[in-house]
Design a protein. Structure first.
Length: 350
């Protein structure tokens, strides 16, 4: 048995309480919900815990409370920086709490998501944060049966499993495409990679904007199930221009694709924005730093993660939101890639 184990053996919650001069209930509250007690009490308990080298037993805690202090987080990618912003929000929100984050990657696979939900269910989580609204029927059923708060993030719908924080991908894409149309572009293409359900809703928003303006989208969409990349964006724009040489703009389903499209325009000496317009989606930091700078749809990803944790903490404290769906909206960041020197609004339906 190691030294730390020998030091910790036999130390109980009551020992910590006696050392700190507080009740065992207060110690439990400090360890589980530190935000509910005063800074002075938190410090006294912290000193006692460190002095006694007390290590809470997660299994015993789960047995006593019917749940652990773990918040399970399911995202479809650990390499996409869009989700890294969400995770920063989640970790920032849990920093001053007793909650621990356990992250899992579904890799955009329904079967993998179902498997991971089963694993989390066996661990009695304090809460679950799940990206997207397109879980399978089996996945939805398992999430509904969990004895903890569940927050779906990145999207909104009128039918949340429990709670939801996100925005409308359809409306965001419609707004970006409408912006291109109002800036005089008439042959607006769509470049979409992976074509997961969120991308498909962006595609529908793109089509709706063109239809409202009386413009045709036939033959102007280049899509693939391949994973997104800057290189792929350049290739897709090349395919679009080969297929539709008269295309004069693109709405891209994410910023990687938009960056690739910009670089391809530069290789072809196709002037952006006067000869060709480009709009992306998510507004990663690089979009404002390119030359010309790239228009994109800003999504409030850090706030999404932070708000999801806030909803879970409130629910655990018995404070359920009056409105379970939180729409954070989006912001169109207009930049040089769509600022034509002459706007052409003639013939556009309002």
């Amino acid at each position: 048995m190691g030294k730390k184990q020998r030091q910790n053996k036999g130390i109980t919650l009551s020992d910590v309480a006696a050392r700190a001069g507080v009740s065992a209930i207060t110690v439990s509250r400090v360890l589980r919900r530190p935000q509910m007690v005063s800074p002075d009490l938190r410090e006294r308990v912290k000193v006692a815990v460190e002095a006694l080298n007390y290590l809470p037993d997660p299994a015993a805690s789960a047995l006593a409370s019917k749940r652990t202090n773990v918040v399970g987080v399911l995202i479809p990618s650990v390499t996409n920086q869009v989700f890294s912003a969400v995770l920063r929000g989640i970790y920032d929100a849990t920093e001053e709490t007793s909650l621990d984050i356990q992250l899992a990657n579904t890799r955009y696979r329904i079967a993998e998501e179902e498997k991971l939900i089963r694993i989390f269910r066996s661990q009695k989580p304090a809460g679950m944060i799940v990206a997207g609204i397109d879980q399978s029927e089996a996945g939805k059923s398992m999430l509904q049966d969990l004895d903890c708060p569940v927050v779906q993030i990145m999207e909104i719908s009128p039918d949340p499993i429990d709670m939801m924080v996100g925005f409308s991908h359809f409306e965001a894409a419609r707004t970006a495409t409408d912006h291109l149309v109002r800036n005089g572009y008439r042959r607006v293409g769509f470049l979409g990679a992976r074509m997961d359900p969120r991308t498909q809703r962006r595609y529908e928003g793109y089509r709706a904007a063109l239809a409202a303006a009386g413009l045709d989208h036939q033959g102007l969409a280049i899509t693939t199930v391949a994973a997104s990349s800057v290189t792929l964006g350049g290739q897709m724009l090349g395919d679009l221009l080969s297929q539709c040489p008269d295309a004069d703009a693109v709405f891209c389903n994410n910023d990687d694709i938009a960056l690739g499209a910009l670089f391809e325009c530069q290789r072809r000496r196709l002037g952006v924005p006067d000869a060709f317009g480009i709009a992306g989606f998510n507004d990663i930091e690089m979009m404002a730093c390119t030359y010309p700078s790239l228009t994109s749809v800003r999504t409030h990803r850090h706030e999404m993660g932070r708000r999801a944790v806030s909803l879970i903490i409130d629910a655990l404290d018995g404070k359920r939101p009056e409105h379970p769906v939180v729409d954070l909206g989006f912001q169109l960041m207009e930049r040089d890639s769509t600022r034509r020197s002459r706007r052409l609004d003639i013939g556009v339906r309002s």
